[in-house]
Design a protein around this ligand. Sequence first.
Ligand SMILES: Nc1ncnc2c1ncn2[C@@H]1O[C@H](COP(=O)(O)OP(=O)(O)OP(=O)(O)O)[C@@H](O)[C@H]1O
Length: 586
Amino acid sequence: MTVPPSVILRLLGAAAAGAAAELAGLGLIATAAWLITRAAEQPPLAALGVAIAAVRAFATSKGVFRYAERLAGHDVALRALATARERLYHALAPARPPERRGADLLTRMVEDTEAVQDLLVRCLLPAAAALTPAVAALVIELVLLPRAALALLAGLTVAGVLLPAASYAAARRWGAEIGRARAALAERVADLVHGSADLAAFGATGRALAAASAAGDRVDALERRRARALATAQAGGVLTQGLTACAVTLTAQAAGAGTVATAVLALTALVAFEPVLPLAQAAERLPGITGALRRTREIRRLPRAVTEPDRPAPLPGGPYTVEVRDLVVRHPGRAPAVDGVSLTLTPGKRVALVGPSGAGKSTLLAALMRLIEPESGSITVNGRDIRELRAEDVRRVMTGLPQDPYVFRASVRENLRLAAPEAGDEELERAVRRARLDRWVAGVGWDAGLGEDGRTVSGGQLQRLALARALLYDPPVLLLDEPGEALDDATAGAIMADVLDATRGRTVLMVTHRLTGLDQVDEVVVLDRGRVIQRGGHEELIRTPGHYRDLWEAESRAWRPPAGQPIIAGTGSPSGRAAAAHHRER
Ligand SMILES: Nc1ncnc2c1ncn2[C@@H]1O[C@H](COP(=O)(O)OP(=O)(O)OP(=O)(O)O)[C@@H](O)[C@H]1O
């Protein structure tokens, strides 16, 4: 990581101001000690004039320098923090392999980046500030009485080097254990929060609470041990300070130094420890800080899911034809998820992608959205390979409904405007009408707040909201991943009917488990284990023995009208049933 020169300059400025404040403190005590002891000898006032002025100057400048140090130090730390956060956002924004986007990322985003600030304000600057007065005090003692300087050097080495090293070692040891214990506690708490309904349903809340509280107790016990180690180091520092001051006083008296010199030597020694004592605490923080910095570095270095071209080609103009040729896509360490697939999407063509779970449908869509790098084969847009285009440009042409749509913690309006920030009310209303969400929106209101993970909306509403978003974005090539995913038959059927209705005349590639309504699409591609095993029109495929016909027959058999509900006209065929299901939902 390269540190910009402006940051280095600011850091040096803060360190210089800190050192100047400590020096002024040292000067203040040394001159005050001289002044008090000399005044006791009742000399003429003129003999004390310079010292009085010096005390005033040191006292005032100490405050000014301290203020300057805090201002400059926090300024540089907050700037560094902002830069670190920005870098992390930039590192996170491009698509990453999904398994690297765990929940601990949130902790890293919030807590670990703060380590940058701690490193500067709590470790580096105090260490830099402590060094100058220690050296100055040693020089003063050396000039006045070399033997006293020796005692001071020994004391400062203990308080400034040995004790911080000991508290660093203790923090490393306990820190690693505390980290593991905290992770265990976080897991327990996450289970309590996210699994509260399941725990209550199976009478397991008490057990889960007991496990969480045991994990909490373990963290507390380890924290206490670490705190004890730090307190011992800090007490050791203060003891060393007192012993050194005594040693310096005794040495001065033994050497026959006068009262004034003894007072100056003892107080100078005492004050030289002031900036050195906090180093034990700074060292105790260091392992946590370096660990946090290492973790954020790991995040920044995560490989990107796709490589951006060095010199991206300009996006060709529409209308767009997308050609997929012999595409092979593999998740790391696995057999190919997409294995030699070819298909063509000409303008206005609607293609349905069908196949059992794990067939590679979502992976194909991810490759089209440039979220995953193909191993071989090609995807072209109007003849231009998408690897030559910016991923952002590719998604300007083809994108849509992802497999697990996300509802942001924002209003209904803002959730939709994600896809079209400039969209006016009329456009929003048109999109929700087309996604058949208008009644729901009219009920809850445009400003209704939606919650984390979309828990405030039902599965069907979530899918429709995501569909409205995709329609609002209006990409030239619309990719829809399971619009009816994880919904009951009736809702999924209704959503499919609406999707087919809303996408008439558009270029669409749609992944679906439901075959009802696919008589309306231009081509059905059946995937199994990454390969195309069947393709053609719906009518043709249900006449041909094979996977599609089996699926169709299973879907037809599975549907039964709810008890007590008459079979209404037109519901005998699967498409008629979808219409009936749709009717029921609305
Ligand atoms: N992130 C991943 N890492 C490793 N393997 C993956 C990953 N995502 C998918 N796979 C594997 O790739 C294969 C294809 O998965 P994909 O999600 O594309 O199938 P799918 O047809 O969309 O399935 P479904 O209908 O259940 O969504 C599966 O074997 C799956 O286990």
